[in-house]
Design a protein around this ligand. Structure first.
Ligand code: SF4
Length: 327
């Protein structure tokens, strides 16, 4: 490193000493709040970029995520004039889940100079052939690690533009969301830090309440992801493994083929997605949300066509509601 060492701790992290801030933009309110917080503190816009880790990859239509999420993120970044780079594991969730005596697939990542690729060539072939299981452990709940966390690390570690630079990875986990997240550090050295690059992960909204998150969304007049308008409290994957029975009943009402496909895989694997029985049992236990057809159509479309910036901002139906999602 040519730069002097950083004297950063969880309490002293100064975002302005970093050359670049990468926002892990899921499309959900908390990651957007991170981006807006950087605007609030006057962080130079030209040093910010957003990354969206696409859990379903690019090779097939969405299997787990909301079809609109990619384009919602794209339109959001266009409206706020921030570059957005997508990254994904080849074949996405479905290919990783169906792995049978195979290596995990390579990671692809957009960069300012085109698409990079890394990984997928070392290690021992092994088998998954089951859904990630509901657990705080990231190896059991492998979707978060294989399809988001590791994809992000691979994309940082394989871009020379981060070498000899200080990079801040900004993510939106909040303590209120779960006991596991409450234990996360506000700032910590990222695993991609080494002699070549300095990388820190920062969770600036870790101590925020849900009210504070909606307040900043309202201040910047950001129209939230359609999932919130439908009644979801968090915009995780549409068929997140942590979904509540009412969310499964709601998905079954608007996109039954999704649930039917998941149920067919449960039978094929002889292993359910949930611990309390198969997915049809969850559907039958739940009560579908009262969903506005406009938002159903918007959420299920690959093109996001509503405005991102709205004058008559309203708290969406899902605010302060069921907040199931990754723990
Ligand atoms: S949102 Fe849910 S299903 Fe999607 S990657 Fe995260 S934990 Fe897995």
């Amino acid at each position: 490193m040519t730069q002097p060492p950083l004297f950063v701790t969880a309490d002293t992290l100064d975002p302005f000493v970093f050359d670049r801030a990468i926002i892990g933009l899921s499309g959900g309110k908390d990651s957007i709040a991170c981006l807006l917080h950087l605007f609030e503190i006057g962080y130079p816009k030209e040093r910010i970029e957003c990354w969206h880790h696409d859990v379903d990859g690019r090779e097939a239509p969405a299997f787990m995520d909301w079809p609109c999420t990619r384009d919602y993120c794209r339109k959001l970044c266009e409206a706020l004039d921030i570059p957005l780079y997508f990254s994904w594991r080849q074949g996405g969730f479905e290919r990783e889940m169906l792995r049978e005596n195979q290596l995990t697939a390579p990671v692809l990542f957009e960069t300012p100079d085109g698409i990079g690729q890394a990984g997928g060539v070392r290690g021992e072939p092994n088998t998954r052939r089951k859904f990630p299981q509901q657990a705080a452990s990231l190896s059991t709940r492998y979707c978060s690690s294989s399809l988001k966390i590791d994809v992000c690390s691979t994309a940082i570690a394989n871009q020379p533009r981060f070498e000899k630079k200080r990079t801040l990875l900004v993510t939106g986990e909040r303590a209120e969301e779960s006991r596991a997240r409450a234990g996360y550090a506000i700032a910590e050295h990222h695993k991609t830090s080494n002699g070549k690059r300095e990388v820190w992960q920062w969770r600036p909204v870790h101590g925020w309440t849900e009210q504070q998150v909606w307040d900043i969304m309202e201040k910047y007049r950001i129209n939230p992801h359609p999932a919130y308008h439908l009644g979801w409290g968090r915009a995780s994957c549409m068929t997140c493994i942590f979904g509540s029975p009412s969310q499964w009943a709601s998905v079954y009402q608007i996109a039954p083929q999704r649930v039917i496909k998941i149920h067919a895989y449960e039978q094929d694997f002889d292993c359910t997605l949930r611990r309390d029985g198969d997915i049809m049992k969850a559907v039958n236990r739940g009560t579908p949300y009262d969903m506005d057809p406009h938002y159903v159509q918007l959420a299920l479309s690959e093109e996001y066509t509503d405005p991102i910036l709205v004058e008559d901002w309203k708290l969406p139906k899902g605010a302060f509601g069921e907040s199931c999602g990754p723990t």
